[in-house]
Write a protein that binds this ligand. Structure first.
Ligand code: V47
Length: 430
């Protein structure tokens, strides 16, 4: 008798994971999730239920709106005193491909961006070994003088610590950082991007980006910015040498800092903290008698705050960690959804389309993301698709992707205010 070939294994549907029942109740009731809950969301086979919970939260906050902006990234130099293992962007001074842009070139970029209708410049770079602090102030002033309306979101916490050092305020600690930020703000800095956070963990730090500031220092820089009224974002670079519990802890640390930052605002809004001082902004509507989310200019808002979490999947290509596999699409979706669920006091969750790709971004809009970032992009740091660094999409393509995913596109400025536009001319809507 012929031997029958073995039945191919069929992967069974995930079935019911009872751990998710209690988590879902918490999400529905607006009760904060623990780190253990966060890990359960990572471990469960029922990833679709995780995505659905994140979608519930996202719709409570933003309905079917998905935000995008018209922006331009400027990387003023790739010359960097550091050599982080995950980074394929940095160069040493005499290395092939090293560059630094002059203030004049940057101003031309800003003018070009404004002519194309950009509302925002996102400007970051390496830790340049000899540009003086004055160059940064002069460059910001020149950018603003050329296009006063443009919002400059610039300098990661890592660069800001470098600027503190070169401005000779390194020995002044936290107050020195505030003085640096005050000078930059007065020269035209509008907010801080979320880069340089990586994963807040000392083991991961020492293995993958030794030399960079540690997590507590990154958080201090953002706290100083918030105290000065500057808003900021936060990233999490995952899928390299970190483990899932370290990601969940990273989210918890960001959430705790935001609790402190928004305490005064929440009291003015009649929002009650939980027994541990946690401010959950993702619960049912009845818990928010006035505003659910902070917005610039609101009563009782005297500080800046974290606006959005941006989970960044690791791209191994050309980095020292090239041997590692990039995270899978499913892991990216799951991580985005968990960030939405854990960061219950962050107004926004961004699927940065440049790094997630546009098709994945469409899926992410139904899994917790409410923002896709910008259109006018010349992006140097990672390449998700194709060759070269010209990674631009038109408003038409971006809004089509948002609509195809079943959402309503809304243009925002850097501070998430709605934008009214007539060609390249724009203003913040009332
Ligand atoms: O800080 C570097 C990351 C970040 C790799 O605030 C890498 O709105 C993946 O922070 N694979 C810069 N990631 C990007 C960033 C950002 C992007 C979009 C919007 C905002 C915002 C911020 O890119 C770096 C680092 O964490 N990065 N190398 C890599 N190989």
């Amino acid at each position: 008798m012929p031997v029958l070939a073995e039945e191919p294994t069929v992967s069974l549907p995930p079935g019911h994971d009872p751990r998710l029942d209690a988590i879902e109740r918490k999400v529905r009731d607006g009760v904060r999730l623990t780190e253990e809950d966060g890990l359960a969301l990572y471990e469960t086979r029922d990833v679709h239920r995780v995505l659905a919970m994140a979608d519930l939260v996202r719709r409570r906050l933003h309905g079917d709106v998905a935000f995008y902006n018209v922006n331009r990234h400027i990387n003023y130099t790739n010359i960097c005193a550091l050599s982080c293992k995950f980074c394929a962007f940095h160069r040493k001074k005499d290395q092939d491909g090293a560059y630094e842009k002059s203030t004049e070139e940057i101003v031309r970029d800003v003018q070009g961006a404004a002519a194309a209708g950009a509302t925002e410049i996102h400007m970051v770079g390496g830790l340049h070994p000899w540009l003086p602090f004055q160059w940064y102030l002069d460059t910001l002033r020149a950018m603003k003088a050329a296009v006063p309306q443009i919002h400059i979101k610039a300098f990661t916490a890592v660069e800001l610590v470098h600027l503190q050092r070169i401005s000779k305020r390194g020995s002044e600690g936290y107050e020195g950082m505030k003085a640096v930020l005050r000078d930059l703000r007065d020269a035209g800095l509008g907010s801080l991007p979320g880069g340089g956070a990586e994963v807040f963990d000392d083991r991961v730090h020492d293995e993958a980006f030794k030399g960079k500031i540690r997590g507590d220092h990154w958080l201090d820089v953002h706290r100083a910015a918030h105290e000065l009224g500057l808003n900021s974002n936060a990233t999490m670079l995952y899928g390299h040498v970190e483990r899932r519990p370290e990601r969940v802890r990273h989210m918890r640390l960001l959430r705790e800092q935001q609790d402190h930052t928004l305490r005064g605002w929440a009291a003015a809004q009649g929002i009650r903290a939980d027994a541990d001082g946690g401010l959950v902004l993702t619960g049912p509507a009845s818990a928010y008698p006035r505003n659910r989310l902070p917005m610039p200019g609101q009563d009782g808002l005297t500080t800046g705050y974290f606006q959005t979490i941006i989970p960044l999947p690791f791209y191994p290509n050309e980095s020292e960690l090239e041997r590692l596999p990039a995270p899978t699409g499913l892991e990216n979706l799951r991580t985005l959804a968990i960030a939405r669920l854990m960061l219950d006091n962050f107004p926004h969750t961004k699927a940065f389309w440049i790094m997630q790709t546009l098709p994945m971004t469409e899926l992410m809009l139904g899994a917790g993301a409410d923002d896709v970032d910008g259109t006018v992009v010349w992006y140097d740091i990672t390449k998700a698709v194709g060759e070269g660094n010209h990674q631009e999409t038109s408003v038409r393509d971006l809004t089509k992707a948002i609509r195809d995913a079943g959402f309503t596109p809304v243009e925002r400025d850097t501070l998430y205010r709605r934008v009214q536009r007539d060609g390249a001319t724009w203003r913040v809507a009332n």
